[in-house]
Write a protein that binds this ligand. Structure first.
Ligand code: ZN
Ligand code: ZN
Length: 583
């Protein structure tokens, strides 16, 4: 092949060939399915705003708690607590902590005292204690002495703030349960960088007087909350939670639509408890980290059971420094802001439409499946799938085309060297395609009804079981064992008038041979006449056979033709494809 023709071969385009089926049922089904898919795509487009480009929120939060409570401190009487006392412990700018309960240890001084048995080591002699030793559980540094804690217990003495804080459960009900009525103002500034869009949860129309009056119960946008309301909405009881503390999440969700026509960008608040409600008593019971500074505070206790902080107030009495230690329990409120904003984007729309096109393939898949299975009317289904699928047989496999005189249609069967051709399973049944030229020529033949069966129905051995026409004989090759009738017993096609006229009439066969090869040697050989007779039979009974299928000639007809044009040496070729060899 020259370079030019190679180049030409490259310049070609292959496309798919389609089969159009004219069917009201299938057509209706197709349009129904397509409409359903389109509806689904449109709903998804509008519902999920698939035509928009989205950006995530960036935000900052501040919270201001307000409220004053009267607390009855054991041993100290009524004490007023305001926001300076109960807040200010937050470690994170997105959260605030409100004290709801306290354990007070009064008048601690620097000194030496026995360690509390639950924190320190029990001892009997001074040797049991080690001077200068400290461990994370203890309140001070051991002095090396073993002293009496109470009448029965002796513990190691420590240098510490004395008396040592006694471990006990927080008071019930919580001392600051009235913190339920405290209010918190949450300020939230958000930004969507992609759209350069800025917004606050305190909307432009919210004036000072509005903020003073607004109530969450009537206005879901009011940024002022009472703590009790927050805890209730999280599904908890404030007075129960106030005893040991906990963590509540305040979620602010911004779902913004920045399109001019449907513009909407408002916050939605929701609340839930974040810590484990069931206190886990086996985990680190009473294990505390401790950090104290001279000014105030603090400690943050993140043990599983309690949420508590410690702080101390110091004073000097007669030149000696004393302190009051508070272990405070409270509720931490974590504010979480999340959300997104969407704005129309032509590119997003195109991408979405492109991604949905494949859904239409579902229609094809479903209809093809319907055609291919018996769900659809069986006959029509077979018809469609035969038209739709062109089966190309493997080289080794030979498809034979068989016609029975007691059936209108022709059958395609797979040739087998083991099974009798009469018994081989049918692959498909097809309508016979008449060979128009052959049919016309046949109808021009002068017919005389003289030929009788006598010449053919010579004494034959009893026909084998598979023969229905009575004219076949057994063959050593199973692929040759085919009768001219399929199921019903009756006359043989080889005994018909037309068989004699078409396949056995010597002048006709000679004319046909000359027609094909005008210079052919005359008279022709018996083998050439037999071949021509087989072709005549095939054109008559099978018409134009489907592509890749070879005509199969029944045993009775083969015998009849061999009888009319016998081989001089009495030998015949076995079964072979008609184009390849003599039969
Ligand atoms: Zn037969
Ligand atoms: Zn027959």
């Amino acid at each position: 092949m020259g370079f030019g023709s190679k180049l030409l071969a490259l310049c070609s385009y292959e496309t798919t060939k389609l089969v159009r089926i004219h069917s009201v049922r299938l057509g209706t089904l197709k349009w129904t399915l397509n409409a359903t898919v389109l509806l689904f795509i449109c709903l998804l487009l509008l519902w999920n705003r698939k035509y928009q480009q989205f950006d995530q929120v960036v935000s900052s939060v501040t919270a201001k708690v307000k409220g004053v409570a009267l607390m009855q401190l054991p041993g100290e009487g009524a004490v007023i607590w305001d926001e300076a006392d109960y807040t200010g412990f937050s470690q994170d700018k997105n959260s605030f902590f409100v004290v709801t309960n306290v354990i007070v240890t009064k008048n601690q001084k620097q000194g030496r005292c026995p360690e509390h048995p639950s924190s320190g080591r029990l001892c009997r002699r001074h040797e049991d204690c080690e001077q200068g030793n400290w461990d994370p559980h203890s309140h001070g540094i051991q002095t090396g002495s073993c002293v009496k804690f109470d009448a029965v217990t002796r513990t190691c003495e420590v240098a510490a703030w004395c008396p040592i804080e006694v471990k006990k459960k927080p008071p019930r009900p919580a001392l600051l349960a009235s913190a339920e009525n405290f209010t918190v103002l949450i300020k939230n500034n958000i930004r969507f960088p992609a759209f350069n869009f800025i917004r606050r949860n305190i909307l432009p129309n919210m004036t000072e007087s509005y903020l003073r009056r607004c109530q969450r119960a009537h206005d879901s946008l009011c940024p002022i909350f009472t703590l009790g309301d927050i805890v209730n909405r999280a599904g908890e009881n404030f007075s129960t939670m106030a005893v040991e503390g906990g963590v509540i999440g305040i979620q602010i969700k911004w779902d913004c639509n920045l399109d001019p026509l449907t513009r909407r960008c408002l916050p939605a608040y929701s609340f839930r408890r974040l810590d484990q409600k069931e206190s886990n008593k086996t985990l680190y019971p009473g294990f505390n980290f401790r950090y104290q500074s001279r000014v105030k505070l603090l400690f943050l206790n993140v043990i599983m059971k309690y949420l508590s902080v410690r702080f101390a107030k110091y004073k000097t009495v007669d030149g000696v420094e004393e302190r009051t230690l508070y272990k405070a329990f409270g509720i931490r409120f974590d504010i979480m802001v999340f959300g997104q904003a969407g704005k129309f984007s032509f590119i997003q729309l195109i991408i979405y439409i492109g991604s949905t096109l494949s859904y239409y393939a579902l229609t094809t898949v479903l209809l093809d499946w319907l055609i291919g299975t018996s769900c659809y009317a069986a006959e029509e289904g077979q018809n469609y799938s035969e038209r739709k699928v062109e089966s190309v047989p493997d080289k080794k496999e030979c498809i034979l085309c068989v016609s029975y005189v007691d059936e209108d249609d022709i059958r395609l069967v797979k040739m087998s060297h083991k099974k009798r051709l009469q018994d081989v399973e049918t692959i498909s049944v097809q309508t016979r395609q008449e060979d128009i030229g052959h049919m016309t020529a046949t109808l021009c033949l002068p017919l005389d009804p003289l030929i009788s069966l006598a010449a053919f129905s010579k004494a034959r051995p009893r026909p084998p079981s598979w023969c229905k026409c009575g004219a076949c004989s057994p063959s050593p090759l199973p692929q040759e064992e085919l009768c001219c009738r399929h199921s019903s017993e009756g006359a043989c096609v080889a005994a018909s008038t037309l068989f004699d006229k078409l396949a056995l009439h010597r002048p006709l066969l000679e004319a046909l041979l000359l027609y094909r090869d005008p210079l052919a040697r005359m008279p022709p050989s018996a083998a050439a006449l037999r071949r021509c007779a087989y072709r005549q039979y095939a054109a008559w009974r099978l018409g134009v056979p489907p592509a890749d299928a070879h005509p199969a000639i029944p045993r009775c007809c083969v015998l009849r033709i061999r009888e009319a044009f016998p081989s001089p040496d009495g030998r015949y070729g076995g079964f072979a494809l008609p184009s390849e060899a003599e039969m």
